[in-house]
Design a protein around this ligand. Structure first.
Ligand code: GLU
Length: 469
Protein backbone atom coordinates (compact mmCIF):
# COMPACT_ATOMS: atom_id res chain seq x y z
CA UNK A 1 0.00 0.00 0.00
CA UNK A 2 1.11 3.54 -0.76
CA UNK A 3 2.43 5.70 2.04
CA UNK A 4 -0.35 7.86 3.47
CA UNK A 5 0.24 11.59 3.04
CA UNK A 6 -2.14 13.95 4.80
CA UNK A 7 -2.24 17.63 5.54
CA UNK A 8 -3.62 20.18 7.94
CA UNK A 9 -4.06 23.51 6.15
CA UNK A 10 -5.34 26.17 8.59
CA UNK A 11 -6.19 29.67 7.39
CA UNK A 12 -4.38 32.00 9.81
CA UNK A 13 -7.24 34.40 10.42
CA UNK A 14 -7.50 33.80 14.17
CA UNK A 15 -6.63 31.35 16.93
CA UNK A 16 -6.86 27.57 16.53
CA UNK A 17 -10.48 26.71 17.17
CA UNK A 18 -11.37 23.43 18.91
CA UNK A 19 -13.15 22.29 15.73
CA UNK A 20 -10.00 22.96 13.69
CA UNK A 21 -7.95 21.13 16.29
CA UNK A 22 -10.19 18.12 15.90
CA UNK A 23 -9.60 18.11 12.13
CA UNK A 24 -5.86 18.37 12.75
CA UNK A 25 -6.08 15.55 15.29
CA UNK A 26 -7.99 13.20 12.98
CA UNK A 27 -5.40 13.73 10.23
CA UNK A 28 -2.49 13.41 12.63
CA UNK A 29 -3.78 10.27 14.35
CA UNK A 30 -4.54 8.60 11.05
CA UNK A 31 -1.11 9.49 9.71
CA UNK A 32 0.66 8.24 12.82
CA UNK A 33 -1.45 5.07 12.75
CA UNK A 34 -0.51 4.49 9.11
CA UNK A 35 3.11 5.61 9.61
CA UNK A 36 2.60 8.23 6.91
CA UNK A 37 3.61 11.84 6.43
CA UNK A 38 1.69 14.73 7.96
CA UNK A 39 2.11 18.11 6.28
CA UNK A 40 1.35 21.52 7.74
CA UNK A 41 0.33 24.18 5.23
CA UNK A 42 -0.61 27.74 6.06
CA UNK A 43 -3.37 28.92 3.74
CA UNK A 44 -2.63 32.61 3.85
CA UNK A 45 -3.68 33.76 0.40
CA UNK A 46 -6.26 36.04 1.98
CA UNK A 47 -3.73 38.78 2.72
CA UNK A 48 -6.33 41.02 4.33
CA UNK A 49 -7.35 38.56 7.01
CA UNK A 50 -4.18 36.49 7.50
CA UNK A 51 -1.76 37.62 10.20
CA UNK A 52 1.57 36.45 11.57
CA UNK A 53 0.05 36.61 15.06
CA UNK A 54 -2.51 34.00 14.00
CA UNK A 55 0.20 31.81 12.45
CA UNK A 56 2.09 31.95 15.77
CA UNK A 57 -1.07 31.22 17.75
CA UNK A 58 -1.71 28.13 15.58
CA UNK A 59 1.87 26.88 16.09
CA UNK A 60 1.58 27.46 19.82
CA UNK A 61 -1.68 25.52 20.07
CA UNK A 62 -0.41 22.61 17.95
CA UNK A 63 2.77 22.42 19.98
CA UNK A 64 0.86 22.36 23.26
CA UNK A 65 -1.41 19.63 21.89
CA UNK A 66 1.65 17.63 20.82
CA UNK A 67 0.51 17.54 17.19
CA UNK A 68 3.77 17.59 15.28
CA UNK A 69 4.27 17.63 11.53
CA UNK A 70 6.74 15.93 9.23
CA UNK A 71 6.84 18.51 6.46
CA UNK A 72 6.26 22.24 6.27
CA UNK A 73 5.02 24.62 7.30
CA UNK A 74 4.45 25.61 3.71
CA UNK A 75 2.94 29.03 3.07
CA UNK A 76 0.58 29.55 0.17
CA UNK A 77 1.65 33.19 -0.01
CA UNK A 78 5.10 31.98 -1.09
CA UNK A 79 3.76 29.76 -3.86
CA UNK A 80 2.09 32.35 -6.09
CA UNK A 81 4.32 31.62 -9.08
CA UNK A 82 3.36 27.97 -8.93
CA UNK A 83 -0.37 28.79 -8.96
CA UNK A 84 0.15 31.11 -11.96
CA UNK A 85 2.05 28.37 -13.75
CA UNK A 86 -0.77 25.87 -13.15
CA UNK A 87 -3.41 28.36 -14.20
CA UNK A 88 -1.58 28.93 -17.47
CA UNK A 89 -1.24 25.18 -17.89
CA UNK A 90 -5.00 24.75 -17.51
CA UNK A 91 -5.53 27.40 -20.20
CA UNK A 92 -2.98 25.67 -22.47
CA UNK A 93 -4.76 22.35 -21.93
CA UNK A 94 -8.01 23.94 -23.06
CA UNK A 95 -9.56 23.38 -19.63
CA UNK A 96 -9.68 27.06 -18.69
CA UNK A 97 -9.91 30.38 -20.47
CA UNK A 98 -9.29 34.08 -20.06
CA UNK A 99 -12.42 36.10 -19.51
CA UNK A 100 -12.68 39.85 -19.98
CA UNK A 101 -16.29 40.36 -19.02
CA UNK A 102 -16.65 43.57 -17.04
CA UNK A 103 -18.36 43.77 -13.66
CA UNK A 104 -21.25 45.56 -15.37
CA UNK A 105 -21.68 42.75 -17.89
CA UNK A 106 -21.59 40.16 -15.11
CA UNK A 107 -24.16 42.15 -13.20
CA UNK A 108 -26.38 42.25 -16.24
CA UNK A 109 -26.05 38.44 -16.62
CA UNK A 110 -27.01 37.97 -12.99
CA UNK A 111 -30.07 40.19 -13.34
CA UNK A 112 -31.23 38.41 -16.47
CA UNK A 113 -30.88 35.00 -14.90
CA UNK A 114 -32.79 36.11 -11.81
CA UNK A 115 -35.55 37.65 -13.91
CA UNK A 116 -35.88 34.34 -15.75
CA UNK A 117 -36.11 32.58 -12.39
CA UNK A 118 -32.74 30.88 -12.93
CA UNK A 119 -29.72 30.55 -10.69
CA UNK A 120 -27.24 33.35 -11.45
CA UNK A 121 -24.31 31.91 -13.32
CA UNK A 122 -21.69 32.89 -15.86
CA UNK A 123 -23.23 32.61 -19.34
CA UNK A 124 -20.04 31.50 -21.12
CA UNK A 125 -19.51 34.68 -23.19
CA UNK A 126 -15.69 34.21 -23.28
CA UNK A 127 -15.68 30.41 -23.03
CA UNK A 128 -14.90 29.66 -26.63
CA UNK A 129 -13.21 32.92 -27.62
CA UNK A 130 -9.65 31.73 -27.00
CA UNK A 131 -8.70 35.14 -25.60
CA UNK A 132 -5.14 35.95 -24.61
CA UNK A 133 -4.30 37.42 -21.22
CA UNK A 134 -4.89 41.16 -21.00
CA UNK A 135 -4.75 43.48 -18.05
CA UNK A 136 -7.67 42.82 -15.75
CA UNK A 137 -8.72 39.51 -17.26
CA UNK A 138 -9.57 36.57 -15.03
CA UNK A 139 -9.17 32.86 -15.75
CA UNK A 140 -12.26 30.70 -15.56
CA UNK A 141 -12.37 26.93 -15.36
CA UNK A 142 -14.34 25.29 -18.16
CA UNK A 143 -16.78 23.25 -16.10
CA UNK A 144 -18.37 20.35 -18.00
CA UNK A 145 -21.75 21.42 -19.29
CA UNK A 146 -23.50 18.24 -18.27
CA UNK A 147 -23.03 15.10 -16.24
CA UNK A 148 -22.15 14.74 -12.61
CA UNK A 149 -19.14 14.83 -10.34
CA UNK A 150 -19.32 12.26 -7.59
CA UNK A 151 -17.38 12.68 -4.38
CA UNK A 152 -16.71 9.20 -3.05
CA UNK A 153 -16.55 10.24 0.56
CA UNK A 154 -15.13 7.67 2.99
CA UNK A 155 -17.29 9.06 5.78
CA UNK A 156 -20.50 10.12 4.08
CA UNK A 157 -20.63 7.78 1.11
CA UNK A 158 -21.13 9.03 -2.45
CA UNK A 159 -22.21 12.63 -2.87
CA UNK A 160 -23.43 13.58 -6.33
CA UNK A 161 -23.01 17.09 -7.74
CA UNK A 162 -24.55 18.19 -11.04
CA UNK A 163 -21.80 19.76 -13.15
CA UNK A 164 -24.32 22.27 -14.50
CA UNK A 165 -24.47 23.69 -10.96
CA UNK A 166 -20.74 24.26 -10.82
CA UNK A 167 -20.57 27.19 -13.24
CA UNK A 168 -17.36 28.30 -14.96
CA UNK A 169 -15.76 29.28 -11.70
CA UNK A 170 -12.85 31.72 -11.51
CA UNK A 171 -9.46 30.18 -10.75
CA UNK A 172 -7.32 33.31 -11.19
CA UNK A 173 -8.47 36.78 -10.22
CA UNK A 174 -7.80 39.93 -12.21
CA UNK A 175 -4.82 40.70 -9.94
CA UNK A 176 -3.36 37.31 -10.99
CA UNK A 177 -3.81 35.75 -7.56
CA UNK A 178 -5.35 32.27 -7.41
CA UNK A 179 -8.75 31.61 -5.96
CA UNK A 180 -9.03 29.34 -2.97
CA UNK A 181 -9.99 26.13 -4.78
CA UNK A 182 -7.20 26.44 -7.32
CA UNK A 183 -4.55 26.95 -4.64
CA UNK A 184 -5.81 24.02 -2.55
CA UNK A 185 -5.99 21.65 -5.52
CA UNK A 186 -2.53 22.64 -6.83
CA UNK A 187 -1.04 22.25 -3.36
CA UNK A 188 -2.68 18.92 -2.67
CA UNK A 189 -1.55 17.63 -6.08
CA UNK A 190 2.03 18.90 -5.88
CA UNK A 191 2.42 17.81 -2.24
CA UNK A 192 1.22 14.32 -3.23
CA UNK A 193 -1.54 14.40 -0.64
CA UNK A 194 -3.50 11.17 -0.98
CA UNK A 195 -5.88 11.50 1.96
CA UNK A 196 -7.92 14.65 2.57
CA UNK A 197 -9.87 14.72 5.83
CA UNK A 198 -11.61 18.04 6.46
CA UNK A 199 -14.73 19.61 7.88
CA UNK A 200 -17.92 19.14 5.89
CA UNK A 201 -18.23 22.91 5.59
CA UNK A 202 -15.83 22.42 2.65
CA UNK A 203 -17.89 19.83 0.85
CA UNK A 204 -19.11 22.22 -1.86
CA UNK A 205 -15.50 22.99 -2.76
CA UNK A 206 -14.63 19.36 -3.35
CA UNK A 207 -16.26 18.86 -6.81
CA UNK A 208 -14.53 22.01 -8.11
CA UNK A 209 -11.19 20.77 -6.81
CA UNK A 210 -11.88 17.36 -8.33
CA UNK A 211 -12.46 18.93 -11.75
CA UNK A 212 -9.06 20.63 -11.48
CA UNK A 213 -7.45 17.28 -10.59
CA UNK A 214 -9.12 15.63 -13.54
CA UNK A 215 -8.07 18.42 -15.94
CA UNK A 216 -4.47 18.00 -14.78
CA UNK A 217 -4.77 14.21 -14.98
CA UNK A 218 -3.74 13.96 -11.34
CA UNK A 219 -4.88 10.96 -9.28
CA UNK A 220 -7.66 11.82 -6.84
CA UNK A 221 -7.00 11.55 -3.14
CA UNK A 222 -9.32 9.82 -0.69
CA UNK A 223 -11.81 12.40 0.60
CA UNK A 224 -13.50 12.32 3.99
CA UNK A 225 -15.68 15.16 5.24
CA UNK A 226 -16.14 15.21 8.97
CA UNK A 227 -19.43 16.55 10.38
CA UNK A 228 -19.11 19.83 12.22
CA UNK A 229 -18.91 20.11 15.99
CA UNK A 230 -22.11 21.52 17.45
CA UNK A 231 -23.04 23.09 20.78
CA UNK A 232 -25.51 21.47 23.16
CA UNK A 233 -28.33 23.39 21.48
CA UNK A 234 -27.34 21.71 18.17
CA UNK A 235 -26.20 25.04 16.69
CA UNK A 236 -22.77 25.20 15.12
CA UNK A 237 -20.19 25.59 17.86
CA UNK A 238 -19.43 29.24 18.51
CA UNK A 239 -18.26 31.62 21.22
CA UNK A 240 -21.57 31.64 22.97
CA UNK A 241 -21.06 27.95 23.79
CA UNK A 242 -17.93 28.78 25.78
CA UNK A 243 -14.22 29.08 25.06
CA UNK A 244 -13.36 28.23 21.47
CA UNK A 245 -9.60 28.48 21.29
CA UNK A 246 -7.37 25.56 22.13
CA UNK A 247 -5.07 27.70 24.26
CA UNK A 248 -8.03 28.91 26.35
CA UNK A 249 -8.40 25.30 27.51
CA UNK A 250 -4.70 25.17 28.30
CA UNK A 251 -5.12 28.34 30.37
CA UNK A 252 -8.12 26.92 32.20
CA UNK A 253 -5.98 24.02 33.36
CA UNK A 254 -6.75 21.14 31.05
CA UNK A 255 -4.05 18.67 30.11
CA UNK A 256 -3.48 18.43 26.36
CA UNK A 257 -4.27 14.72 26.38
CA UNK A 258 -7.63 15.43 28.06
CA UNK A 259 -8.65 17.93 25.38
CA UNK A 260 -7.40 15.62 22.62
CA UNK A 261 -9.22 12.64 24.08
CA UNK A 262 -12.37 14.71 24.31
CA UNK A 263 -12.06 16.06 20.77
CA UNK A 264 -11.40 12.69 19.19
CA UNK A 265 -14.60 11.32 20.68
CA UNK A 266 -16.58 14.12 19.00
CA UNK A 267 -17.00 12.16 15.81
CA UNK A 268 -14.99 8.99 16.32
CA UNK A 269 -15.65 5.99 18.50
CA UNK A 270 -14.14 2.72 19.52
CA UNK A 271 -16.91 0.69 21.12
CA UNK A 272 -17.96 2.32 24.39
CA UNK A 273 -14.47 3.31 25.41
CA UNK A 274 -14.24 6.93 26.58
CA UNK A 275 -10.76 7.19 28.05
CA UNK A 276 -7.78 6.78 25.74
CA UNK A 277 -4.08 7.38 26.13
CA UNK A 278 -2.38 8.93 23.12
CA UNK A 279 -0.65 5.64 22.32
CA UNK A 280 -3.98 3.85 22.36
CA UNK A 281 -5.46 6.44 20.02
CA UNK A 282 -2.61 6.08 17.55
CA UNK A 283 -3.02 2.34 17.74
CA UNK A 284 -6.80 2.32 17.28
CA UNK A 285 -7.59 5.31 15.08
CA UNK A 286 -8.79 4.51 11.57
CA UNK A 287 -11.16 6.31 9.24
CA UNK A 288 -13.72 3.49 9.52
CA UNK A 289 -15.02 4.61 12.88
CA UNK A 290 -15.59 8.27 12.08
CA UNK A 291 -19.30 8.89 12.54
CA UNK A 292 -21.75 10.50 10.16
CA UNK A 293 -23.48 12.63 12.76
CA UNK A 294 -22.22 15.83 14.35
CA UNK A 295 -20.41 15.73 17.69
CA UNK A 296 -21.89 17.79 20.53
CA UNK A 297 -19.41 19.78 22.58
CA UNK A 298 -20.29 19.31 26.24
CA UNK A 299 -18.13 21.17 28.79
CA UNK A 300 -19.25 18.90 31.64
CA UNK A 301 -18.07 15.79 29.85
CA UNK A 302 -14.77 17.46 29.05
CA UNK A 303 -14.35 18.33 32.71
CA UNK A 304 -14.96 14.79 33.84
CA UNK A 305 -12.51 13.43 31.26
CA UNK A 306 -10.02 16.02 32.44
CA UNK A 307 -10.27 14.66 36.00
CA UNK A 308 -9.61 11.14 34.69
CA UNK A 309 -6.52 12.29 32.80
CA UNK A 310 -5.15 14.21 35.76
CA UNK A 311 -5.56 11.07 37.85
CA UNK A 312 -3.83 8.92 35.25
CA UNK A 313 -0.93 11.28 34.47
CA UNK A 314 2.54 10.57 35.71
CA UNK A 315 3.15 13.05 38.61
CA UNK A 316 6.55 14.00 37.27
CA UNK A 317 5.05 15.01 33.94
CA UNK A 318 2.02 16.62 35.55
CA UNK A 319 4.26 18.86 37.64
CA UNK A 320 5.51 20.57 34.48
CA UNK A 321 1.95 21.53 33.57
CA UNK A 322 0.99 22.39 37.15
CA UNK A 323 3.88 24.79 37.76
CA UNK A 324 2.48 27.83 35.93
CA UNK A 325 -0.79 27.50 37.85
CA UNK A 326 1.06 27.29 41.16
CA UNK A 327 2.98 30.40 40.23
CA UNK A 328 -0.25 32.12 39.28
CA UNK A 329 -1.40 31.36 42.84
CA UNK A 330 1.75 33.07 44.12
CA UNK A 331 3.57 29.91 45.19
CA UNK A 332 7.25 30.39 45.78
CA UNK A 333 9.07 28.61 43.00
CA UNK A 334 12.50 29.11 44.54
CA UNK A 335 11.76 26.73 47.39
CA UNK A 336 11.94 23.04 46.67
CA UNK A 337 8.88 21.22 47.81
CA UNK A 338 8.01 17.59 47.38
CA UNK A 339 5.96 18.40 44.31
CA UNK A 340 5.42 14.78 43.26
CA UNK A 341 4.21 13.99 46.76
CA UNK A 342 1.89 17.00 46.67
CA UNK A 343 0.47 15.88 43.34
CA UNK A 344 -0.17 12.36 44.58
CA UNK A 345 -2.38 13.71 47.37
CA UNK A 346 -4.46 15.78 44.94
CA UNK A 347 -4.59 14.02 41.59
CA UNK A 348 -7.63 11.95 42.44
CA UNK A 349 -9.58 15.00 43.58
CA UNK A 350 -8.88 17.69 40.97
CA UNK A 351 -10.81 18.32 37.79
CA UNK A 352 -8.35 20.83 36.35
CA UNK A 353 -4.79 21.89 37.03
CA UNK A 354 -6.11 25.24 38.14
CA UNK A 355 -8.25 23.57 40.75
CA UNK A 356 -5.31 21.42 41.77
CA UNK A 357 -3.08 24.47 42.22
CA UNK A 358 -5.74 26.13 44.37
CA UNK A 359 -6.03 23.02 46.51
CA UNK A 360 -2.24 22.74 46.77
CA UNK A 361 -1.78 26.30 47.94
CA UNK A 362 -1.65 25.38 51.65
CA UNK A 363 1.43 23.23 51.11
CA UNK A 364 3.37 26.30 50.04
CA UNK A 365 2.31 28.75 52.73
CA UNK A 366 4.89 29.70 55.34
CA UNK A 367 2.02 30.55 57.65
CA UNK A 368 -1.18 28.64 56.99
CA UNK A 369 -4.13 30.91 56.36
CA UNK A 370 -7.08 29.57 58.33
CA UNK A 371 -10.57 29.61 57.01
CA UNK A 372 -12.16 31.83 59.69
CA UNK A 373 -15.28 29.74 60.35
CA UNK A 374 -13.33 26.49 60.56
CA UNK A 375 -10.74 28.02 62.88
CA UNK A 376 -13.52 29.29 65.17
CA UNK A 377 -15.09 25.90 65.29
CA UNK A 378 -12.02 23.70 65.66
CA UNK A 379 -9.10 25.71 67.02
CA UNK A 380 -10.20 26.38 70.59
CA UNK A 381 -9.79 25.14 74.19
CA UNK A 382 -10.83 21.59 73.46
CA UNK A 383 -8.29 21.15 70.69
CA UNK A 384 -5.27 22.69 72.41
CA UNK A 385 -4.54 19.60 74.48
CA UNK A 386 -4.74 16.99 71.71
CA UNK A 387 -2.65 19.21 69.44
CA UNK A 388 0.06 19.49 72.09
CA UNK A 389 0.01 15.76 72.72
CA UNK A 390 0.23 15.04 69.02
CA UNK A 391 3.20 17.40 68.72
CA UNK A 392 5.00 15.50 71.43
CA UNK A 393 4.13 12.18 69.87
CA UNK A 394 5.23 13.18 66.39
CA UNK A 395 8.40 14.73 67.71
CA UNK A 396 9.57 11.38 68.97
CA UNK A 397 8.94 9.58 65.66
CA UNK A 398 11.96 9.15 63.42
CA UNK A 399 10.22 8.07 60.26
CA UNK A 400 6.78 9.31 59.18
CA UNK A 401 5.26 6.11 57.88
CA UNK A 402 1.50 5.62 57.81
CA UNK A 403 1.77 3.06 60.60
CA UNK A 404 3.82 5.37 62.84
CA UNK A 405 1.43 8.24 62.27
CA UNK A 406 -1.57 6.09 63.03
CA UNK A 407 0.07 5.00 66.30
CA UNK A 408 0.76 8.62 67.23
CA UNK A 409 -2.88 9.58 66.69
CA UNK A 410 -4.03 6.50 68.58
CA UNK A 411 -1.89 7.43 71.56
CA UNK A 412 -3.56 10.88 71.63
CA UNK A 413 -6.99 9.24 71.41
CA UNK A 414 -6.13 6.95 74.32
CA UNK A 415 -4.82 9.77 76.47
CA UNK A 416 -7.67 12.20 75.82
CA UNK A 417 -10.53 9.77 75.36
CA UNK A 418 -11.45 11.68 72.16
CA UNK A 419 -12.47 10.02 68.88
CA UNK A 420 -10.28 10.32 65.76
CA UNK A 421 -12.59 12.90 64.20
CA UNK A 422 -12.29 15.25 67.17
CA UNK A 423 -8.51 15.14 66.82
CA UNK A 424 -8.16 14.99 63.06
CA UNK A 425 -10.30 18.06 62.29
CA UNK A 426 -8.24 20.55 64.36
CA UNK A 427 -5.09 18.95 62.96
CA UNK A 428 -6.46 19.38 59.46
CA UNK A 429 -7.17 23.09 60.05
CA UNK A 430 -3.73 23.50 61.61
CA UNK A 431 -2.00 21.91 58.64
CA UNK A 432 -4.17 23.00 55.72
CA UNK A 433 -6.32 25.88 56.96
CA UNK A 434 -9.49 24.16 55.77
CA UNK A 435 -11.89 21.39 56.77
CA UNK A 436 -11.57 19.71 53.40
CA UNK A 437 -8.19 18.41 52.33
CA UNK A 438 -6.43 15.26 51.22
CA UNK A 439 -6.10 12.50 53.84
CA UNK A 440 -4.44 13.82 56.96
CA UNK A 441 -1.70 11.18 57.05
CA UNK A 442 -0.84 11.88 53.42
CA UNK A 443 -0.62 15.59 54.18
CA UNK A 444 1.67 14.98 57.15
CA UNK A 445 3.88 12.71 55.10
CA UNK A 446 4.23 15.30 52.35
CA UNK A 447 4.83 18.21 54.72
CA UNK A 448 7.48 16.24 56.61
CA UNK A 449 8.29 16.39 60.28
CA UNK A 450 9.66 19.90 60.57
CA UNK A 451 6.86 21.68 58.73
CA UNK A 452 4.14 19.57 60.37
CA UNK A 453 5.41 20.38 63.85
CA UNK A 454 5.81 24.03 62.91
CA UNK A 455 2.20 24.18 61.77
CA UNK A 456 0.86 22.36 64.83
CA UNK A 457 2.82 24.72 67.07
CA UNK A 458 1.50 27.71 65.13
CA UNK A 459 -2.04 26.46 65.79
CA UNK A 460 -1.33 25.99 69.50
CA UNK A 461 0.04 29.52 69.58
CA UNK A 462 -3.04 30.79 67.72
CA UNK A 463 -5.35 29.15 70.25
CA UNK A 464 -3.46 30.58 73.19
CA UNK A 465 -3.49 34.09 71.68
CA UNK A 466 -7.12 33.94 70.75
CA UNK A 467 -8.58 32.11 73.70
CA UNK A 468 -5.88 32.58 76.39
CA UNK A 469 -4.43 29.48 77.93
N1 GLU B 1 -7.91 26.43 4.99
C1 GLU B 1 -9.14 25.71 5.20
C2 GLU B 1 -9.67 26.03 6.57
O1 GLU B 1 -8.95 26.52 7.42
C3 GLU B 1 -8.98 24.21 5.08
C4 GLU B 1 -9.22 23.74 3.71
C5 GLU B 1 -9.08 22.26 3.46
O2 GLU B 1 -8.92 21.46 4.38
O3 GLU B 1 -9.11 21.91 2.30
O4 GLU B 1 -10.83 25.79 6.79
Amino acid sequence: MKKVITRFPPSPTGYLHVGGARTALFNWLYTRHMKGTFILRIEDTDMERSTQASVNAIFEALEWLGIDWDEGPYYQSKRMDLYREYNQKLVDLGCAYFCTCSPEELDEMRKKAMAAGEKPRYNGTCREKGLAAVDGSVIRFKAPAGGTTVVEDVIKGNIVFQNSELDDFIIQRSDRTPTYNLAVAVDDITMNINTVIRGDDHINNTPKQMLIYQALKAPLPIFGHVPMVLGKDKARLSKRHGAMSVTAYRDMGYLPEALLNYLVRLGWSYGDQEFFTMDELIDKFTLDNIGKSAGIFDQEKLLSLSADHIKAADPERLSKYLMPFLQEQGCNKEKTYNINGIIKTLNARSKTLKEMAESALFYFQDKVIYDAKSADKFLNHTSAEPLKLLCQGLNSIEKFTEKNLEDAFKAVMDKTGLGLGKIAQPVRIALTGKTVSPGIFEVIEVLGKERTLQRLNDAIQYISEKHGE
